[in-house]
Design a protein around this ligand. Sequence first.
Ligand SMILES: [Fe+2]
Length: 397
Amino acid sequence: MKKQILLFTLLFSVIPCFSQSTESLRITHGPWLQNLTNSGVTIYWTTNLPAVPGVWMIGSKPRADSLVRNSTDGQINAGGTLHKVVISGLLPGTKYSYRLNSVELMKLRPYQIYFGDTVKSKVFNFTTQSPLKDSTRFMVVNDIHTNGAKLAGFLKSGNAAGQDLLIYNGDIVDNFENEDQLLGPIIDTSVRYFASNVPFAFVRGNHETRGIMSRKLKNYLDFPDNSFFYTIDEGPVHFVILDCGEDKPDDNRYYYGLADFDQYRMQELEWLKNEVNTPEYRNARFRVIIVHMPIIPVYKIIYARLPFLIKENRGYGPGFLAEHFGPVLREAGADLMIAAHTHRHLWLSPPFSGYSFPVLINGNTNYVKAVATDQSLSIQVISDQGVSVFNKDLKKK
Ligand SMILES: [Fe+2]
């Protein structure tokens, strides 16, 4: 018995904490771009083994031919399998090329670090945003509910790679319980069609607030100021992205006392009140509100005569938003709201929208393509069969 214990002790004293894997290092998902701005971008990918993530910037100055690694609290980020590299200090309206550079980290002990293989990806490109850009193309998809084939159909039909921005307007994942739900059907599909070269902006829907992984959504996606409500300036369009929260009251028994959305939405409302008074909002050529659950101020007389419209305001969450956010948006004005959630296409022109601007609720079998120039915002709603079901040209007022 003593011999066995001695052998056991000897064995474990020589086995390193990062033992060499029989697998080779490889990229398992990505890269996918997030949070593209005038001066930077965030790049995500995963590897099968722990690695040191880096991004080689190629071609354009000021980052030409340099390896970008990020550090936290004085240490270069290393040792994980989900990688995030923030590239900053870029020039507006400039095309950059990049390739991933992952170095396997075999052993990480005090004064003893062993590196393994270096794996490089092929070269990808992105172009930083520019305030001088006079047109933009964007696509909106929503209510995918983890259906990768459906997402693929939309992205292929809409030529996602030819857009400047994709917007994922909520319920993209159907209750977030494990990372494969996001990495497989959503990230892999997005990467196949566009996401290594064109960013997508994620808008949280009510389904993304459910499941144990819902609290880790920000591990995989990057948001301005790390907030689910934010703005994007893309060419002539100023997008205001809102976070609708859950659809039922916080004290609903299915939330088991762990929902706090009323208080959260009131914080968001204060942010929105400030946002609509900024020069960026006031001076934008087009202001587009993006939100998963429709926000339609209640006009009792109109809705009494058209009872089918009441459906779009049904539920506690949409009602809360209509009551609190509706008046702020009505007062501020905008050019368009694009919503989702009801799984039913509906175009509401003024005054039925409750605003001086229209509301598009995109159904779950359609996607939206839009082209904005200095003078017009053209909207096209296209079915999963590739058939155009709705068109509208909005002129700058
Ligand atoms: Fe929804």
